[in-house]
Write a protein that binds this ligand. Sequence first.
Ligand SMILES: *[C@@H]1O[C@H](CO)[C@@H](O)[C@H](O)[C@H]1NC(C)=O
Ligand SMILES: *[C@@H]1O[C@H](CO)[C@@H](O)[C@H](O)[C@H]1NC(C)=O
Ligand SMILES: *[C@@H]1O[C@H](CO)[C@@H](O)[C@H](O)[C@H]1NC(C)=O
Ligand SMILES: *[C@@H]1O[C@H](CO)[C@@H](O)[C@H](O)[C@H]1NC(C)=O
Ligand SMILES: *[C@@H]1O[C@H](CO)[C@@H](O)[C@H](O)[C@H]1NC(C)=O
Ligand SMILES: *[C@@H]1O[C@H](CO)[C@@H](O)[C@H](O)[C@H]1NC(C)=O
Ligand SMILES: *[C@@H]1O[C@H](CO)[C@@H](O)[C@H](O)[C@H]1NC(C)=O
Ligand SMILES: *[C@@H]1O[C@H](CO)[C@@H](O)[C@H](O)[C@H]1NC(C)=O
Length: 615
Amino acid sequence: MSAAKLFLLAGLLATGSYASPVQARTPYAVKDSHFVPSKWRQVAPAPSTHNIDLRIAIKQNSFDDLERHLYEVSDPDHSRYGQHLSELDVKKLVQPADHSLALVHEWLADNGIETGDLSYSAAKDWIKVSLPVGRIESLLDTKYSVYRHEDGSETVRTSEWSLPVHLHEHIDTIQPTNSFFRSTPKAVTLEVNKFGGSYSKDVTYHQDPNVTAICTPRGVTPLCMRTLYETIDYIPQSAGKNKMALANYLGETNNRSDTSLFLQKFRPEAAAAAYSFKFDVINNGSTSQAVVQSRIDIEGDLDVETMLGVGWPTPLTAYAVGGSPPFIPSNGTTTNTNEPYLDWLQHVLAQSDDVLPQVVSTSYDDEEQTVPPSYAKRVCEDLAQLGARGVSVFYASGDSGVGTSGDCITNNGSGAKRFTPEFPSTCPYVTSVGATMDFNPEVVAYHSSGFASGGGFSDLFPRPAYQDKAVKAYLKTLGNRDAAYFNASGRAYPDIAAQGSYFSTVWNGTDTLVSGTSASTPLIAAIIALVNDALIAGGKPTLGFLNPWLYKKGYRAFTDITSGSAAGCSEIGDGKGFPAVEGWDPVTGFGTPKFRDLIHLLGVHGTWNHTGGFS
Ligand SMILES: *[C@@H]1O[C@H](CO)[C@@H](O)[C@H](O)[C@H]1NC(C)=O
Ligand SMILES: *[C@@H]1O[C@H](CO)[C@@H](O)[C@H](O)[C@H]1NC(C)=O
Ligand SMILES: *[C@@H]1O[C@H](CO)[C@@H](O)[C@H](O)[C@H]1NC(C)=O
Ligand SMILES: *[C@@H]1O[C@H](CO)[C@@H](O)[C@H](O)[C@H]1NC(C)=O
Ligand SMILES: *[C@@H]1O[C@H](CO)[C@@H](O)[C@H](O)[C@H]1NC(C)=O
Ligand SMILES: *[C@@H]1O[C@H](CO)[C@@H](O)[C@H](O)[C@H]1NC(C)=O
Ligand SMILES: *[C@@H]1O[C@H](CO)[C@@H](O)[C@H](O)[C@H]1NC(C)=O
Ligand SMILES: *[C@@H]1O[C@H](CO)[C@@H](O)[C@H](O)[C@H]1NC(C)=O
């Protein structure tokens, strides 16, 4: 019996009866506190009847074991490479100890919260309960406030919360409390209705494999991407077994009519997919095909058009995740105070092995420092479960280089200047994707408007072993440049890159040029989906968590990008951030994919319909 259990029994004796009301069995102590990000201001006390969907992360039984499995099945030199875990395997590894659950249940019961009010994640490692602020305030011995972002959105949060001491080791985090994470879409719209009509050279299959003849920097098309990254001649064979997915948040969704117009123009043979891709709705997420309000769906349309334009005929699922700003706190509603990213994660983790997609693209992120470390860590560990189950999880590296100029300040109250890395890209268990532009050669994406491929080093997550060699080599080249403004021993990102500048899209029925790592991420996901297609056809396992393979072997099948930089944070140094160099760099990672080399490296042989002469 552990010390905590004894402590609890002592408490029971002291209070006399199990069901006796609110009597903390150990004194409360602060469990977690976090600085409020500088863009948020406390404006009022929270209405005590405002409801929050509270999520309690119970300590998992054995994350270390899960991590070991993850690295074994993802390491190309390990005998278990490719032997991804099943839903059940993962569940067993992450489910909490009965003892931890029992302690949490007792504490909730003491606070008048009955088991019937609770719902659980698949592995029971998260408990969800909807409660008014007033009750949460006594449960967590805290005080919630209304905070307003400088963009006008509001949310209900607190900067610090407490738990009875005996529960500290059994609960990783409870949210929404002190997390101000609000990841935003990484699509930068440039021009709406600015080009039109002249796609003739793209509409038909182009016999000229010369990229220069097909690609134009202002108006990147599926034909260009497929030629540049060499998927053009590949005939997919595994569309029945292979799947790909993208995630929509914050009211964004994917417009079928726009997608259809786009595909008719740029990938006619795929046009029907505009009406056949599936929505998987989570927490009442939007699938609205109604008339567009403001600039909604630019991100959603870019994502779906890019994925189908390149990855077709791989079947696509679009996760439509509800919960979005503006976060107007009001009495008796739960709207928008929740954590949509957790909703998504728990939904996919509960999906059975035959439903789970092999790749997922997410073009949303936020500054790492808006997330309390305990919460970031737990979300990252949950993302590792997806990797262990064989899902390649891609996140955009951000659109502001090392940080948004003028905003490069640490959040810890000191006001010190610092590069501002983006989460979840900083999570070591995901693959982060940067952006390039131009052709012959491709260079780091950069526009004078400030858009620059995001990159940097985590302040929370240490550098994983798989990237030791690559990152150390880079740091050596870098010398002391800007050394005071980032943590050189943190997880460095991105891992790879792809085109992300001036994509031709159709949005709101019109031709629109969109840029961003938001474009690069679904593009990479679609290409890896085609690699998986060849692997499945060759009787091999799919790639799953890419990074250990990528840093050991896969990088050889990528074009190194050596020109440009993660420009940003003009208040720091020369404002150019990290430069791209020969080899891996925190701007474009190992660079952009070469499909033929990828599948050759993986020992499979694709089926090709053209004169490529690949064997
Ligand atoms: C080769 O593939 C392209 C693109 O999928 C297609 O348009 C074309 O008709 C195919 N050509 C042959 C000879 O099969
Ligand atoms: C591709 O086209 C460009 C411009 O037309 C030309 O300069 C280049 O030599 C061509 N490259 C190849 C490999 O044919
Ligand atoms: C779901 O969203 C729709 C459209 O925004 C809204 O009308 C409806 O009330 C919502 N349903 C729930 C259960 O929140
Ligand atoms: C969807 O596309 C149709 C046709 O272009 C358009 O009328 C509608 O406004 C679009 N809706 C959204 C939400 O983008
Ligand atoms: C969407 O298209 C419609 C019809 O062309 C137009 O009236 C509307 O202003 C557009 N919406 C936006 C936000 O551009
Ligand atoms: C919430 O309810 C309280 C008490 O009934 C009331 O004083 C307050 O004005 C209400 N707040 C909002 C935002 O409706
Ligand atoms: C805040 O962060 C900066 C940069 O990492 C560091 O130099 C400073 O010591 C920190 N201050 C506090 C109060 O934690
Ligand atoms: C740098 O990161 C490492 C690994 O995450 C951490 O242990 C160390 O405390 C960090 N150093 C500073 C100065 O923040």
